[in-house]
Design a protein around this ligand. Structure first.
Ligand code: SF4
Length: 377
């Protein structure tokens, strides 16, 4: 099982909170698409003897590509890799791009899953975040998209300054009314060097309130679980049969190939990342060189990553797996470190797995770092 992630580094406008890699100038779009195709060809041997189960167009804003460009890249994957019979092919899309025509085109293509960046159904929130769409477009696009696709995920953001719990509940209820099977939801985080960080520093926008964000996180769990969603990863909720196959593979430590500027890859032993600059990426691929840096993961790195991702998911951290893959010493260390969190009812053991409790969920990244190992010993 393996997946291919293709990064499309273009956006119509910069959202105030975003620190992903993208450019708002589309001048190099053609060249970039050809460079992506070249990278797919140059790296095909990395997936020898492995079937591609998922293809994921992320960004940036992949819905800025034409259907012909997307189809061209999908064809390149099929030409150079062995793709399973029933791959999950996801396209991240923004509401303002999802015209009737585009949805028709996507539905007629091999794309079979949409991940739509709704973020909020309310004008105030969308303006504060500088999203390119408005509240009307958020609703309209879902009305249309659900006519063409069954497998739809939407992104929602909570903890937005000025967003009350009542408005958050309305957002969730609006999402539920569209009967979509998957929701990804993140707390608004203030990344350094973003316009949001500057506005907060200057007092133009109120700072995020962590306590309110935590309340909204718990409201979300309650509402979505009551509506039949499974909270299968800290930021992800899916109806049975609709978990993201692509993301589940990441969280379970499966290999993936990241194509495009800033994309990361993992082959089970090494982590690598492409240059985070569109011109450098294109120029390098024009010379048939993938601009990539690689690090070999130590056993401690792998243990730490497994603990971090495992605690975020319903699959938890398997003590057996820790013992088999990292050794008894690591298992004992994990159990020792976990003890105080178990006493505080933030973690619990169930059937040989370490899991976060309801109370521990919002704190799971912090708890995980407390279980990390720093030195090999
Ligand atoms: S559309 Fe997505 S990738 Fe682009 S700026 Fe906004 S949040 Fe960032």
């Amino acid at each position: 099982m393996s997946g291919i992630y293709i990064h499309i580094p273009f956006c119509k406008q910069a959202c105030h909170y975003c620190d992903f890699h993208f450019s708002t100038s589309l001048k190099k779009k053609d060249e970039l698409v050809h460079a992506l195709a070249k990278e797919l060809v140059l790296r095909k041997d990395e997936f020898k003897n492995q079937k591609v189960e998922t293809i994921y167009f992320g960004g940036g804003t992949p819905s800025l590509l034409s259907i012909e460009e997307l189809q061209f890249l999908i064809d390149e994957v099929y030409k150079n890799y062995e793709v399973s019979e029933n791959p999950e092919i996801t396209l991240e899309a923004n509401p303002d791009d999802l015209t009737h025509q585009k949805l028709n085109d996507y539905a007629a293509s091999p794309i079979n899953r949409l991940s739509i960046g709704i973020q909020s159904f309310f004008e105030e929130d969308l303006k504060l975040m500088n999203r390119a769409h408005n509240s009307e477009e958020a609703k309209k696009c879902l009305e249309e998209a659900t006519k063409h696709f069954e497998n739809i995920s939407i992104d929602l953001i909570y903890g937005i300054p000025g967003m009350s719990n009542a408005r958050w509940i309305q957002n969730l209820e609006m999402a539920l009314a569209f009967n979509i099977p998957h929701i990804s939801s993140y707390a608004l985080t203030v990344e350094p060097k973003t316009p949001l960080a500057t506005f907060i520093k200057k007092g133009i926008i109120k700072n995020v309130d962590d306590d309110l964000a935590q309340e909204q996180f718990h409201i979300m769990i309650e509402k979505l679980e009551a509506a039949g969603f499974i909270h299968y990863e800290l930021s992800n909720f899916g109806k049975p049969g609709y978990f993201s196959r692509n993301n589940s593979a990441y969280w379970q430590g499966k290999p993936y190939l990241g194509i495009g500027p800033s994309a990361h890859s993992f082959d089970g032993k090494h982590r690598s990342w492409n240059v985070r600059n569109n011109s450098k990426y294109i120029n390098s691929l024009n010379e048939d060189v993938v601009p990539i840096e690689t690090e070999t993961l130590s056993i401690t790195d792998k243990y730490n990553e497994y603990v971090m991702t495992g605690l975020r998911t319903i699959w938890g951290v398997s003590l057996k797996k820790v013992e088999l893959e990292f050794g008894e010493h690591y298992k004992n260390y994990l159990l020792d470190q976990a003890q105080k969190h178990i006493i505080q009812q933030l973690l619990y053991l169930d059937d040989g797995k370490l899991l976060v409790t309801k109370k521990g969920k919002f704190l799971s990244d912090g708890i995980a770092s407390d279980l990390f190992k720093i030195n090999l010993s």
